[in-house]
Design a protein around this ligand. Structure first.
Ligand code: ATP
Ligand code: MG
Length: 277
């Protein structure tokens, strides 16, 4: 596999000249303090980073350091206390339709078929019925679920449901896809296969992606770049460029010596050896 890597290099990351899609400029988020008796606390502090078009960036960090808060801010579900977030050049001022958000739980509607679930995200848009159907079918095909279009969520495995949720997320053609631990509820084997499936689909669609994960091997195997956050208040303490090919094949990537080096480095960086659960 290593020889294979050496002889068949594929681009590891989009050209650094690609346009910035997402930008955090000095973002701090505080919670609490508005009601009497509540003490304000800072969840994340002075976050500055950007994500370029087509890039896949992961954020790792200890539990409670503000990773999900970062995604909520991008989605406009929360507002920064300080600083600004720009998406495709415009400041994020509230919930918006340019963001595709996917969580650990698939949130598919149990009474709709998979096809109708994928169409659901498009129903709020000015898109005709026929185009809606075509787009949904195209995404299902890309996520290799075309044969299951008329099945209901309960008829699918956990991994297939997550793929359907990704199809729904991509169908809206978002400027950025936000993934909050999408594989953490799955068994180890399904997780590996799904990581590869997501990596291929995301690579093929070229969509800009921000992934939150606790899994250091996953971050290394799937991303172009990893941002490491500190304990609360979360700050970015390190940024690692994953200089490896095969972004569309995490299983191949994970086995390379360089990937193992990066994982070991992340392990150190997060002080995992010294920490207690
Ligand atoms: N809407 C909110 N109101 C008050 N506090 C909040 C709110 N959202 C998050 N917090 C707090 O902000 C901190 C960061 O939470 P967040 O969920 O972003 O962490 P996380 O890094 O995603 O954690 P985990 O790895 O466990 O998912 C936590 O202390 C959390 O309790
Ligand atoms: Mg979280």
């Amino acid at each position: 596999m290593t020889a294979d890597l050496a002889t068949a290099p594929r681009p590891a990351a989009p050209a650094s000249s690609a346009a910035t899609v997402l930008e955090f400029a000095g973002v701090t988020k505080r919670f609490g303090g508005a009601r009497r008796g509540t003490t304000p606390f800072t969840a994340v502090s002075q976050l500055s980073f950007d994500v370029r078009a087509g890039e896949f960036v992961s954020i790792v960090g200890p539990s409670g350091c503000g990773k999900s808060t970062v995604l909520n801010l991008v989605a406009g579900l929360d507002r920064p206390s300080e600083g600004a977030i720009r998406l495709s050049g415009a400041e994020v001022a509230g919930p918006n339709m340019q963001v595709g958000f996917m969580l650990q739980k698939d949130l598919l509607l149990p009474w709709r078929t998979i096809l109708r679930n994928v169409e659901f995200g498009l129903e709020a848009r000015p898109i005709g019925r026929e185009e809606r159907r075509q787009r949904a079918l195209r995404e299902l095909d890309r996520c290799r679920l075309a044969d299951f279009a008329n099945h209901y969520p309960f008829q699918l495995s956990g991994g297939m449901r997550q793929r359907a949720a990704l199809a729904r997320t991509l169908a809206i053609q978002p400027d950025v896809v936000l993934l909050d631990e999408p594989f953490s509820a799955l068994d180890a084997q399904t997780k590996l296969l799904l990581q590869r499936s997501f990596a291929q689909t995301i690579h093929a669609s070229g969509v800009t992606t921000l992934l939150i994960t606790h899994d250091l091997a996953e971050a290394t195997a799937m991303s172009d770049r990893i941002l490491v956050m500190s304990e609360r208040p979360g700050r970015i303490v390190e940024e690692i460029a994953v200089d490896l090919p095969y972004r569309d094949d995490p299983i191949a990537r994970q086995g390379t010596p360089r990937a193992r080096e990066i994982i070991a480095h992340l392990f150190q960086s997060l002080h995992l050896a010294e920490r207690e659960a």
